[in-house]
Ligand binder design. Structure first.
Ligand code: G3H
Ligand code: 13P
Ligand code: ZN
Length: 337
């Protein structure tokens, strides 16, 4: 992932990181990548690893590299909660891991700066020794909707720009997730976000102090009204809600954001498509009759985001560097300190 983010920084674009739990989601992302000629970050949470089992995920990713050889492809661990979780992902073949030490291992309790530095540094040493990339997080996301987050409205644990500098210096992370008021899930904002609720000024202040650090925006689904409407039209019960507008993400990309995490928008697209088939064709019982429209709906969202984030057209810009060469790259960085 380090190479992919370095290339994105050179080209001035962002790269979506899309969560997966099964074959259809991987297929949606890969088809969108082929259509838009995009490099790809596929990410799996601890929940996804438990749901799909690591070996299934591993072999699905191998299949993706065989079927789409022209697409540079990263498998990233989303929100690793401990060095042990990160180690098990690296042992399984993930080429990038997130050590989320902003929270304790329960994924809920905000940690101390010292704890965060300690566990993240430990993962950086272990991962770089294998050529694997590391994302860390400073400041905590709000909410708790999908099990990760400090609760509250997202403004209680914003990233302090000065602490961000110290964190990057003391850990050596390749990418830095920051807290600017977003949270995971569909219910991020109760009205269209303003500068008071989505702190793009904090992001810009961090980028000014850390111009060479790849920033990561979590909780970046836009929760579009049309996707909400499909779900509610076919019997769903979503309450009115707002996500992160794409134009704010694009402002972030102009200010150092290179990785943008999106899961909820794809969940909404899949659920809407399945509900539509269930309501319109209650006689259907072949899973393919609803999984195929679901896969197409997710592919459409992913292709749209790839275009909006600017990664479209960049799949052929470079050849992926193997992990042993990345290991040598990190050793060279250490030698020059
Ligand atoms: O981390 C947030 C992603 O939306 C993944 O959610 O833990 O329910 O798989 P999950
Ligand atoms: P969303 O819930 O906004 O899609 O965020 C996903 C995310 O940040 C995964 O780490
Ligand atoms: Zn996240």
């Amino acid at each position: 992932m380090r190479q992919l983010l370095d290339e994105a920084a050179k080209g001035g674009y962002g790269v979506g990181a899309f969560n997966v739990n099964n074959m259809e989601q991987i297929q949606s992302i890969m088809e969108a990548a082929r259509e838009t000629k995009s490099p790809v970050i596929v990410q799996a949470s601890r929940g996804a690893r438990a749901y799909s089992q690591d070996r299934f995920l591993y072999h699905l990713m191998i299949a993706a590299t065989e079927i789409y050889p022209e697409i540079p492809l990263v498998l990233h661990l989303d929100h690793g909660n401990s060095p042990e979780t990160c180690k098990s992902a690296i042992d399984m073949g993930f080429t990038s891991v997130m050590m989320d030490g902003s929270l304790m291992a329960d994924g809920k309790t905000p940690s101390s700066f010292e704890y965060n530095v300690k566990v993240t540094r430990e993962v950086v040493e272990m991962a770089h020794d294998k050529g694997v990339t590391v994302e860390g997080e400073i400041g905590c996301l709000g909410g708790i909707e999908d099990g990760h987050g400090a609760g509250g409205d997202g403004l209680s644990h914003l990233t302090d720009p000065e602490q961000a500098i110290a964190f990057v210096e003391q850990t050596g992370v390749d990418a830095l997730a920051i807290a600017i008021g977003t949270s995971h899930g569909a219910y991020k904002f109760s009205s269209k976000p303003t500068g008071e609720t989505l702190k793009m000024d904090t992001l810009i202040a961090i980028h000014k102090r850390l111009p060479d650090t790849h920033l990561v925006m979590h909780g970046s689904s836009s929760v579009p009204k049309d996707l909400q409407d499909v779900i509610n039209q076919y019997g769903g019960k979503l309450k009115p809600t707002w996500g992160v507008p794409v134009e704010e993400i694009q402002l972030g990309i102009k200010n150092g954001v290179r990785k943008i995490n999106v899961d909820t928008d794809n969940r909404l697209a899949i659920t809407g498509a399945i509900r539509k088939v269930f309501m319109e064709k209650p006689e259907e019982f072949d899973p393919r009759s609803y999984m195929k429209p679901a896969r197409d709906a997710m592919k459409k969202v992913v292709a749209q985001r790839m275009t909006q984030f600017g990664q479209a057209g960049h799949a052929g810009d470079y050849k992926p560097i193997p992990l042993d060469e990345m290991r040598a790259f990190y050793q060279g960085m250490l030698a020059s300190v």
